[in-house]
Design a protein around this ligand. Structure first.
Ligand SMILES: Cc1cc2nc3c(=O)[nH]c(=O)nc-3n(C[C@H](O)[C@H](O)[C@H](O)COP(=O)(O)O)c2cc1C
Length: 198
């Protein structure tokens, strides 16, 4: 089977982000599951808050076009979410909104084409006991709207301040096993959906 290329990102650019720590904990299991993983940092793709006037006057920010190319070249997306008031972060929503816009200068690698038909998985983490479970349904819905095939497995890691062992893995072995199973499913689904040409 093809080695699928998975883009992994956290919905927070905070220096000590717990979501980033969880995204980092996914890299090794994903690559053991057969994927080629690229962990990207949304802070490296700064974008202004979406505004239609701005888009009409200036087109897409170069950062949005660059991220669209990354998404287009991937077979799957792993989104690790903090939970803000039960939902997704403005950083993530703004990034997805810009990336969903067509770019007249690169039509094939912009708009819906960068998401549609690809695999996705959603994870959440929070310092609270619920692990950000509520955001999972929102982000799953948005990615599905964008045409992604969001796998059914998902995981919310609660009490995240103490959830990571010194080696970066989840300290709770059962939870680590659930994480690995989810990532295996993402890699398998992404490989199945990957076109021969990618
Ligand atoms: C505006 C805002 C809303 C929040 N709402 C929730 C929430 O609904 N549920 C929750 O578990 N934590 C909530 N939190 C706490 C975040 O889970 C916590 O700040 C977390 O560390 C942020 O993710 P990060 O560490 O990846 O940056 C909220 C934090 C902020 C700033």
């Amino acid at each position: 089977m093809t080695r699928p290329r998975i883009l992994a990102l956290a919905g927070s650019s905070r220096r000590e982000s717990l979501a980033r720590r969880l995204a980092q904990a996914c890299v090794e299991p994903l690559s053991e599951a057969g994927a080629v993983v690229e962990l990207i940092e949304l802070g490296d793709y700064p974008m202004p808050l979406y505004n239609g006037d701005l888009e009409r006057e200036s087109g897409l920010p170069a950062t949005a076009a660059a991220l669209q190319r990354e998404l287009h070249g991937s077979d799957g997306l792993l989104v690790v979410n903090p939970e803000y008031n039960g939902s997704i972060t403005p950083l993530l929503k703004n990034t997805l909104d810009w990336c969903s816009r067509p770019n007249p200068e690169d039509e094939a690698r912009s708009g819906g084409a960068v998401f549609a038909g690809r695999a996705a998985a959603v994870l959440a983490t929070s310092p609270g006991p619920m692990g950000g479970m509520r955001v999972l349904f929102h982000v799953r819905d948005i990615l599905g709207y964008l045409g992604m095939h969001v796998i059914p497995q998902q995981l919310g890691v609660g009490n995240a301040g103490g959830a990571f062992a010194a080696d970066g893995r989840l300290a709770n072995e059962r939870q680590q096993g659930m994480l690995e199973a989810t990532l295996q499913s993402l890699a398998t689904t992404a490989a199945r959906l990957a076109p021969e040409s990618r």
